[in-house]
Design a protein around this ligand. Sequence first.
Ligand code: 3EB
Length: 330
Amino acid sequence: MAKGSESALPTALERRAPRVSYRHESLADVLAETGTLAAFGFGAGAPSHDDPRYLGVPLEGLDAPTPLEVWQVDGPVATGREGDVRWAEGQGWLFAAIELDEGTHGGPRDTAEHAYRQLREFLGARAPRHVQRIWNYLGAINEGEGDSERYKLFCEGRAAGMGQFFSDGFPAATAIGHHGGTDRLQVYLLACDAPGARVENPRQVSAWRYPRQYGRTPPSFARGMALPGQDALAISGTAAVVGHSSAHEDDLDAQLGETLANLETLLAHAGMPAGFDTHSPLKAYVRHAIDAPRVIDFLASRLPGVPVLLLHGDVCRRELLVEIDGWRYA
Ligand code: 3EB
């Protein structure tokens, strides 16, 4: 091959997507494995550990015993801390997480701005700065009325903290309310040294174009992100939103059906084969714990064999009872 050919450079195709799985093993064992980029425990019973790769998420599992979620890459991982950001990096992939206390940062708007500004400043100096996917977990997400609802204030602060960092387009994301203390904001992300490809859903208005009724600042996320190696689709939080409207108020089964229709349309639009499989894990966030058995039954019949982690969380629109996010490997 000719000298100077780009074949000597790492190409996006070499960036095999991190493997995401749910595992019933000890945190120490999972962290000891080469290639563990991140590990997550859920709920009050989650382990604690000061490894920067570990995050305890304040969402309770509804389908005990609750596993760990584990992200793994194909080689060794370096870790560190910078300000409030903890991170892990390996094979071109980066995990970064921040947890801030609203008590010291002044409410949901300013805390989100602060979190996103710190993440942006941290990422700007690193090779893996192409954010593919972000999760946001905040307390009391539906508290407050109209434009003062905490989720809407979060959206304003998020956009302010992002600045121009995502002027090419937003990453895929999830924003869910937890019950682990109103003041606690967690934001974590997966980034890569190569850009992914954003995917929108033709059944849904793009979130950043939502009309004024949903708040002064529309939500900053893409419906999905095809990772740089084109070997996985990161699927944003998906609910029974059709156009920009919430469908099937107070009807759990109908919302679940609409959510699956949205997920299937997103897969098709991303050029992925239809359906989910046993290696592509999903999370289902359920507003009312009492609905958990019905969600389990519905998903077991419609998505048999698909790993689903059921979590007790509030969707950002009050009328929505359930939201699903996750991964689809090619
Ligand atoms: C929706 O379709 C549901 O604010 O980051 C889904 C995924 C939702 C991400 C976010 C919000 C977010 O609008 C809500």
